[in-house]
Design a protein around this ligand. Structure first.
Ligand code: SF4
Length: 91
C-alpha cells in the first residue's frame, strides 16, 4: 500500500466515482455493494482512497473498493503486524 498524506485530497479529482450517485457507496445494511465495487475496480486512485478511509477511520461506505468490514480486517492485520514488528525490535 502507498503511504498517503491524509490531509491531501487532490486524488479525489481523479476519482472514478465523480458524478456517480453517492448512495451507491453507502448502501443500506445488507444491501449489495457489488455496483459500487465495480466503479472502484477501474479507479486509478483506489489505493489513495482506501488509505484515506483507513487513516480517517471511516466507519461507513465503500472506500477503495472495500466495505467497512473489509477495512476493519486490514486495520486488524496491520495492528498485528505492527505489534509483531515492535516485539522483534524490542527483543
Ligand atoms: S476507489 Fe471507489 S470510492 Fe474511492 S475514489 Fe475510486 S471510485 Fe471513488
Amino acid at each position: 500500500m502507498n503511504a498517503v498524506d491524509p490531509s491531501d485530497k487532490t486524488w479525489q479529482d481523479m476519482a472514478n466515482c465523480l458524478g456517480v450517485d453517492p448512495d451507491l457507496f453507502f448502501p443500506e445494511r445488507g444491501a449489495s455493494t457489488r455496483e459500487a465495487k465495480e466503479v472502484c475496480r477501474g479507479c486509478v486512485v483506489r489505493d489513495e482512497c482506501l488509505e484515506f478511509a483507513l487513516a480517517n477511520g471511516e466507519k461507513f461506505g465503500i472506500w477503495g473498493g472495500m466495505s467497512e468490514r473489509e477495512r476493519r480486517r486490514i486495520r486488524r492485520a496491520r495492528a498485528i503486524a505492527r505489534r509483531a514488528a515492535a516485539s522483534v525490535v524490542s527483543a
